[in-house]
Design a protein around this ligand. Sequence first.
Ligand code: DUC
Ligand code: ZN
Ligand code: ZN
Length: 472
Amino acid sequence: MARENDLVIRGGWIVTPKGVVQGDLAIQDSTIVSVGGNVSGVQEIDAVGKWVMPGGVDVHAHIEQMSGMGVMNADTFETATRSAAMGGTTSVISFAAQAKGEALAETVANYRVRAERGAMIDYAFHLTLTDLDVEGFETDLGNLIAAGHRSLKLFTTYNIKLEDREILSVMAQARQHGALICVHAETDAILEHAKTQLITAGKVRPRDHAASHPRMAEIDAVERMCRFAAYLDQPVMLFHISTVEGANAVKQARESGAPVWAETCPHYLFMTEDILDVPGSEGAKWMCSPPQRHIADQAALWAALDAGNLQIVSSDHAPYRYDESGKLRAGKNPAFHEVANGLPGLETRLPLMFDAMMRAGGQGPEQFAQITATAPAQIYGLPQKGAISQGMDADISIWDPDIQLTYGANDLHDNVGYNPWEGRTIMGWPTHVILRGKTLCKDGVFLGTAGQGQWIDRPELATKPKNGKIKI
Ligand code: DUC
Ligand code: ZN
Ligand code: ZN
């Protein structure tokens, strides 16, 4: 006799990689066992009139991490992943960020302890490389990649930047061992030049932050990283593209065969630099790098997502409280260069994207699932995540398209104390969020426990170099 299903999600519009199917989704233990049809289970959730989506996969979040400026994130793994789950996300890739002088193996061991203690959703790490001169670097890197840490993060700017020759060296090692390189791509010299000019002119308010990150810094670094990717035939992910020119550079590189991918974030799709221009220091709440840009950039980023030239929307969750522990660490009226960069986004990424994409004339359910779950899981090599089909992990978010909500001042489940989207009204809400078959959130009530999240092994990268041999 066939085994009974543990959980059946009944009668919803199920969004699969092959299209939308109306019917029942069956789960046994932690796995999806059937999609569509009419089945029964020990436990059932009525999903008639709702969208049954893959749980969100957010591949860019800073959690329990020290910033380059030495400011600790407001969120622990516990608070960040609770917040993510309440917004429909069931997998996250955050950073294991190497401190200067620290052995890489030690970095990863430390972050694993933090995540194992707190994570409520499944997780993996990008290894942020800041010091290639530590003893055992190459050995550690090879071992860690082989152990399933298949993405590495590099900066081209700030006090943690790598020089171009170091970037090429790391890219060559990544190619040899099979890892994706992710880059914060802004050219340091341009940022330094702009910052100095602004400070000299006495322009140091949060609103001046936008001018301190000229778009040319992104354009120059994105183009250079695309060339490095082409030169070494090494897969590269460009993080947080904010400009029309950055998106075009990625498009051109891809058309010429370079193995590059790119993401953007909700704050570039829905905000402009005007958000920084508020009285006093409050603009600090929305300061991030790159900064929000212009309406024309928003339109170009949407067009690039629609055309597949950008593949992913991630949150770049970088949580700091608007107080002396975070944004105001340098005092009540900090200069822009004294403010920790970033805004929270794990919980709001999916509702914002659902609202924008699922409304009449929007891109629709398949594209929503693609850029928020399926593509991130595929590009980063999470084999069991990001899609609803038989044999995949039962990570599901069930969306009621008729729930309307206006964000309040402090209604998120992170530890940040403000909601950067306060006052924005959205349609659509995840009423149920399910991780490996267990309900994590139900009608706004969180049911998870600290430590239930599991580390996601990434045995190989889907984005392998094309011609299979190392060129240098
Ligand atoms: N920019 C980043 O690149 N990371 C964290 C936050 C930010 O604003
Ligand atoms: Zn970045
Ligand atoms: Zn980031």
